[in-house]
Each structure stands twice: as structure tokens, then as C-alpha cells.
Design a protein around this ligand. Structure first.
Ligand SMILES: Nc1nc2c(ncn2[C@@H]2O[C@H](COP(=O)(O)OP(=O)(O)O)[C@@H](O)[C@H]2O)c(=O)[nH]1
Ligand SMILES: [Mg+2]
Length: 293
């Protein structure tokens, strides 16, 4: 073994729902970035640190690349694109169902940033190895990738080999973060995200996209106390999130509390409130107030 210590930033880019956050969680063996079957779950850049004896890989999970005029969506696209510039290497993620045109849109941003790109075909558990191979060969033609491979982020297949490829392409450098640190996100942020994930999973249609969560109080008492507000855009959405006799809100609360207790490693008293903040996702000011800045 050489004495070389490699370190650097790797941004994970791709369209919504290809499995970027699932990949990061698999690498870190921790539920850091929330994932759901609905597109556009991730709204912020999430930093996840992979520590090994010979390397530190700092992953940046991003919202998916997609275009839209809404202020929140513009915010998410900006986050995704600016993150490519911050990185040593771009991990371009796709899945077997994405077309070349769709991947091309993502690659445009990578090319503009002039970053070395590594192609990752995720979700190969859903297709046979032959189909995966053909798909990969097809997509490789789109760009001069430094490497390409197929993985399954849910099953963990191909992940270790991919990590080796990434480490080999990072520059020699210091450990930027302490070895026991896996993210720079504060606990408050992670708790907020877990609540948002439950809203995403337990509500439908436009509701997930109309919701922002804000932690108003966070007390590290025994049990910990968390008071959180679920912001919706309209009164009709508030009724849906609360549900008949509060049943939906209770369901969201219970599911969130379990996850937060696992994260914090202690009992939690979680209180949820639902508030109408009219059209927050369209207003730059409300976005700021709700932490999307
Ligand atoms: N079968 C399968 N599903 C996956 C895989 N990776 C992610 N998914 C699913 O794809 C959906 C979107 O994943 P997510 O990580 O939120 O995608 P993101 O928007 O790119 O961050 C979720 O339902 C995941 O469970 C995989 O390797 N195989
Ligand atoms: Mg995501």
C-alpha cells in the first residue's frame, strides 16, 4: 500500500428519481439523504462524507436536474448546477429507463462546468445484465467519461468497485473533515428532512410539493422536544394534511418520530403544527424564510 491519501469532492448529478440519494445512503450506510418514490424529493445540496484509511470522499447529493419556472424549482436547479462547479469529479447518474436525450440535458451542465465525469447506471437489479450492458454502451457514446459502471444502490451491487474507481481519481489531499463526521448538516436539518420525507410518502398529488417543514423548537431534554411546523400553500391542503380528526397528521407524526428517535438515539416528544403560508414555493422571500437560501 502506498502512503498516498486521496481526498476531494464528488457531486452526484442526474435527473430526479434515478436514485442519487439512495446511492449516497448506501455508501454511508446511513439514512442521510431522504428518498421517496416521488421525484424532486431532495431540495438542498446534502454533503455526505465517506471515510476510509486511504481516502476521504466528500459526496454532494443534489436535487435532480429538471427545468421549471417556479421559484422553488429554480432554487433546486441552481443548487444542483452550482454544486457541479464545486466538485473535483461529477458522478453522472442514470437508470435503465432514462433516454439518451434526458441524460444529454444533464451532461450539458457537466460539460459547461468542465468537470471530469464518471457515468453510473443505477437500478440494474430491475433489468438483466445484458440489457444493462447494452444501455451502458449506448450512453457511453454521449460523452468522454473517465469511467462507466452499473450498480444497484438498493442491493449494494457494484458500489464498492465504484468507490475504488472514485478514490483512484481524486487528487492527493488532506482529510478535510474529522474521520467520525459523516455530514455537515445540523441535526435540526436532518430532523426537518425526515418529517418532510413522511409527508412525501403519506400524502399524494400536489401535496408533497406544497409542503415545507420548519423546526421551531429543538430542545435536547430527556425526552428531546421537537416542535415543527408543516407549511402548506392553501387552506384546502391544510385540511388534507391534518386528515379526518387529525388522523393523517398523527400518522405523519408517528412515522417521523420513529425515524428521528433512531437518528438521535433517544426518546423524542414530537409536536407537529400545520400552517398556511400562502404560495410559499413561488415567493423568493418565503423560500428564504423557510431555509431555502
Ligand atoms: N430497484 C431499485 N430502485 C432504486 C435503486 N436506487 C433507488 N431506487 C428507488 O428509486 C426511487 C428514487 O430514489 P431517490 O434516491 O430518492 O432518487 P433521487 O431523486 O435521484 O435522489 C426510490 O423509490 C428508490 O427506492 C436501485 O438501485 N434499484
Ligand atoms: Mg434525492
Amino acid at each position: 500500500m502506498s502512503d498516498r491519501f486521496a481526498s476531494g469532492y464528488v457531486t452526484i448529478v442526474g435527473r430526479p428519481n434515478v436514485g442519487k440519494s439512495t446511492f449516497l445512503n448506501q455508501v454511508l450506510d446511513t439514512k442521510l439523504s431522504i428518498t421517496t418514490s416521488k421525484p424532486q424529493t431532495t431540495r438542498d445540496r446534502i454533503l455526505g462524507i465517506f471515510n476510509a484509511p486511504e481516502a476521504q470522499v466528500i459526496f454532494l447529493d443534489t436535487p435532480g436536474i429538471h427545468s421549471s419556472d417556479k421559484a422553488l424549482n429554480r432554487y433546486m436547479l441552481d443548487k444542483a448546477v452550482s454544486t457541479i462547479h464545486d466538485a473535483d469529479l461529477a458522478l453522472v447518474m442514470t437508470d435503465p429507463f432514462e433516454t439518451s436525450d434526458q441524460l444529454g440535458e444533464v451532461l450539458d451542465y457537466v460539460k459547461q462546468a468542465g468537470r471530469a465525469a464518471l457515468l453510473v447506471l443505477n437500478k440494474v437489479d430491475l433489468v438483466g445484465p445484458e440489457a444493462a450492458k447494452r444501455k451502458l454502451e449506448d450512453l457511453e457514446k454521449l460523452h468522454d467519461f473517465v469511467h462507466s459502471c452499473a450498480v444497484s444502490s438498493t442491493k449494494g451491487d457494484g458500489i464498492e468497485a465504484l468507490l475504488d474507481e472514485i478514490k483512484a481519481r481524486l487528487p492527493e489531499g488532506p482529510r478535510y473533515f474529522p474521520e467520525d463526521m459523516i455530514t455537515d448538516a445540523p441535526l435540526r436539518f436532518l430532523c426537518k428532512e425526515l418529517i418532510r420525507e413522511k409527508v412525501f410518502t403519506l400524502t399524494h398529488k400536489e401535496i408533497p410539493y406544497a409542503v415545507a417543514v420548519e423546526i421551531e423548537e429543538f430542545r435536547e431534554t430527556e425526552p428531546a422536544y421537537i416542535g415543527a411546523v408543516i407549511h402548506v400553500e392553501r387552506a384546502s391542503q391544510k385540511i388534507i394534511v391534518i386528515g379526518s380528526r387529525g388522523s393523517k397528521l398523527k400518522e405523519i407524526g408517528t412515522a417521523s418520530r420513529h425515524e428521528i428517535e433512531r437518528l438521535l438515539g433517544c426518546k423524542v416528544y414530537l409536536e407537529l403544527f400545520v400552517r398556511v403560508t400562502k404560495d410559499w414555493s413561488k415567493s423568493p422571500k418565503s423560500l428564504k424564510d423557510l431555509g431555502y437560501r
